[in-house]
Ligand binder design. Structure first.
Ligand code: C2E
Ligand code: MG
Ligand code: MG
Length: 670
């Protein structure tokens, strides 16, 4: 109760006289003290809390200034208030300072006693009895998941059969009697004794002041209790003087498996300090923020900021005092997963049981909100600073977000990339494979995939990339987006290609080597579509080496290789088989075709003498023997090579005969 001690000025305004009493519960005073109302209210109709207080209408209050009157021990024993029935838009700090000075002066002149003496003797007796006889009840209010309505935990709330009834007020007055720790401990003990009758898979929070946390006999309280179900809800609107001591005890409690919540965040001036100092697992947003959150953008933003902050410190947010569907929807949209309030379920005895509530939040696209709020900052950092290209890719393939590394790899600016889909800049030959893997993710058969693929950069370059794409699921496990990591492996690819080229290239002539020729033969053999081989040998090559030196021999080989290359068809392959032997591998398999090719090559290669560096002219004679593998003839590569080789020797003998005939000597026998 508040009792009017003295009134000055126009005493008729309020219709009050000294000695009049009224309930503290509906008063401005108690709200100024706990922070729900500011000390200076220039216009009560403009203040959300003041305008709806019945007392505002009853007394016709237009403006208000209230300052606590402090007793000898610094506790609040009363209020000095200045009121007006008109709004006073110009009330400011200076007015607050004046009333403050008056309060100090009154306090000094009256030498006010400590608060405890202000409690009525009757009330004091009532509280003493309640504590001695443990005459109280503990009831529970469920905490619900806003989307599913499921009960995730319950909060224990004390109920006392004595004045001033409200648990926070009874506990406040018990504190003045030095009985607060005993009472709080008794309430916690009662709540813990009911643990077996509470929902097994949920947590149970108990409200507790920092002093009680420090002094409670924890080992005794926790005997036979599973501490991992217990959440200590730190209920304190005032500054905590020694966070170190509190932190130490809370750490010990955490070591046993308990968790910590900070209650009423956003109410009073200290709640944010508690959050910062205690790094709680749960943050309970005070009803003063929840109230009208659906209609008040500032409250919504504050709630959302708290949710974002909570995500960064790994805490879960619970909104308190949800009283309407609108508030529930707004809480959910702000990214808050759990809530309490009369709209969801009222506090009641454990004997009634706890069920999911019927009230569910309008399902917003929580998936992205979750993704954004819970991981965004950390992800943002990773995204920004990663040396690997990263992107958030929508299910339609659009680049929703990209990092600098990726934009550098692909050569696009942020805006340009945001207007593109990955399909548009994927090499057409790689698109089907990429889309198939993506489809498997969307069908739920895999969560991620990795592939080497080609992107087309802004300047048209082909960029080889090592892509890892991970599907992010959102609300109700629905596919939401992909997080892609993209490494530029073009340089590796080129190195590999160069090594492969080197491994299959003849170092002198720069045409395919024996290994490349063999590989080609194996491929053609496996396809069994037939192939032809021309075995080509340079006549008298050894004598060129002997007569003109190795340098000239090398030049000759290079020139012959070049002429061979120029003489063959696009799909055919010419390779240096070894020394002065070359192989032409062709698709032509019929004898007339092979003969025609042989003729074309010989005439091209032999058409003019080759002039080497020292000016010597060397005429070339190329001897060619051919053989073919035809589909189904069952002949091995070795057999065909052997045939071509034999044919070459046969041809050589024949040519030697022709030369001898030309020189008037006897011809070859065969
Ligand atoms: P609190 O811990 O923030 O508890 C929430 C209060 O809001 C409870 O009031 C609950 O009944 C009330 N409430 C729940 N939903 C709604 C709603 O939708 N609208 C409105 N207007 N109120 C709602 P209660 O039980 O009267 O407790 C008041 C405060 O007293 C508690 O605030 C807590 O600070 C303190 N308290 C209660 N029980 C205990 C206790 O066992 N130990 C300690 N230390 N403090 C307690
Ligand atoms: Mg609480
Ligand atoms: Mg609370």
């Amino acid at each position: 109760m508040q009792v009017v001690e003295a009134i000055d000025g126009d005493t008729d305004i309020l219709g009050w006289s000294p000695g009049d009493r009224s309930s503290l519960t509906g008063s401005y005073s108690v709200r100024v003290i706990d922070g729900r109302l500011p000390a200076v209210i220039p216009d009560t109709s403009a203040d959300k809390t003041a305008s709806v207080l019945p007392r505002t209408q009853k007394l016709g209050l237009g403006a208000y200034v209230g300052v606590p009157l402090l007793g000898a021990d610094g506790s609040t024993v009363g209020m000095v208030c200045a009121v007006s029935q008109q709004a006073k838009p110009h009330l400011a700090d200076v007015d607050l300072r004046i009333v403050n000075k008056m309060a100090e002066l009154i306090g000094a002149l009256l030498e006010l006693p400590a608060n405890s003496t202000n409690i009525h003797a009757e009330q004091r007796e009532g509280i003493r009895r309640v504590v001695a006889e443990r005459d109280f009840e503990v009831i529970f209010q469920a905490v619900h998941d806003v989307v599913s309505g499921k009960v995730v935990g319950v909060e224990a709330l004390a109920r006392f059969p004595c004045e001033p009834f409200r648990p926070d007020l009874v506990l406040g007055e018990a504190a003045l009697l030095g009985l607060d720790i005993e009472l709080e401990t008794a309430v916690v003990a009662r709540a813990l004794s009911l643990l077996p009758q509470l929902p097994k898979d949920g947590f149970v929070t108990v409200n507790i002041s920092p002093s009680a946390v420090l002094l409670a006999p924890w080992p005794e309280l926790l005997a036979g209790v599973d501490p991992s179900r217990l959440v200590l809800e730190i209920t304190e609107h005032d500054a905590v003087e020694n966070y170190d001591a509190l932190d130490e005890v809370l750490e010990a409690c955490r070591a046993r498996g308990m968790r910590v919540a900070v209650d009423d965040v956003g109410a009073g001036f200290s709640s944010f300090s508690h959050v910062l100092e205690l790094a709680p697992e749960f943050i309970k947003i005070d009803q003063s923020i929840t109230r009208n959150i659906d209609a008040d953008d500032a409250r919504r933003r504050l709630a959302q900021s708290i949710a974002e902050f909570a995500a960064q410190i790994g805490a879960t947010v619970i909104a308190e005092g949800v009283e309407s569907q609108g508030e529930l929807d707004a809480v959910c949209a702000a990214g808050i997963p759990w809530a309490q309030g009369y709209y969801l379920s009222r506090p009641h005895s454990h004997t009634h049981g706890f069920g999911a509530c019927g009230a569910l939040a309008e399902p917003v696209d929580q998936s992205f909100a979750d993704f954004d709020l819970l991981g965004e900052r950390r992800f943002e950092l990773a995204l920004t600073h990663s040396p690997i290209g990263m992107a958030i890719v929508g299910l339609d393939g659009s680049f929703q977000r990209t990092n600098r590394a990726l934009r550098t790899i692909l050569g696009y600016g942020r805006k340009a990339l945001a207007g593109l889909t990955f399909q548009e800049i994927t090499h057409p030959d790689d698109l089907d494979a990429d889309l198939a893997l993506l489809g498997e993710c969307l069908a739920g058969r895999r969560r991620s995939y990795r592939m080497d693929k080609r992107f087309i950069a802004a300047d048209g370059r082909i960029v080889w990339c090592d892509l890892t794409a991970v599907l992010v699921q959102g609300h109700r496990n629905q596919p939401h987006c992909f997080v892609s990591q993209i490494l530029d492996v073009t340089a590796d690819r080129m190195r590999e290609a160069e090594l492969a080229r080197q491994a299959t290239t003849d170092t002198l002539t720069k045409i395919a080597n024996r290994s490349a020729a063999w590989g080609q033969l194996e491929r053609l053999d496996a396809a069994d579509e037939g192939y032809g081989i021309l075995f080509c040998d340079i006549e008298q090559f050894k004598s060129v080496n002997d007569r003109c030196g190795h340098q000239a021999g090398d030049e000759l080989l290079i020139e012959v290789a070049g002429r061979l290359l120029a003489a063959i068809d696009g799909d055919d392959l010419v390779a240096r088989w070894g020394g002065d032997e070359f192989l032409v591998i062709t698709n032509t398999v019929d004898d007339p075709g092979l003969a025609h090719l042989t003729h074309r090559i010989t005439s091209q290669v032999q058409k003019t003498p080759i002039v080497v560096a020292d000016g010597t002219q060397i005429s070339i004679v190329l001897t060619i023997g051919s053989a073919a593998h035809r589909p189904g003839d069952g002949r091995s590569i070795d057999a065909i090579l052997d045939c071509a080789d034999q044919a070459m020797y046969k041809q050589r003998r024949f040519q030697a005969g022709v030369f001898r005939l030309a020189a008037g000597q006897p011809g070859p026998s065969s």
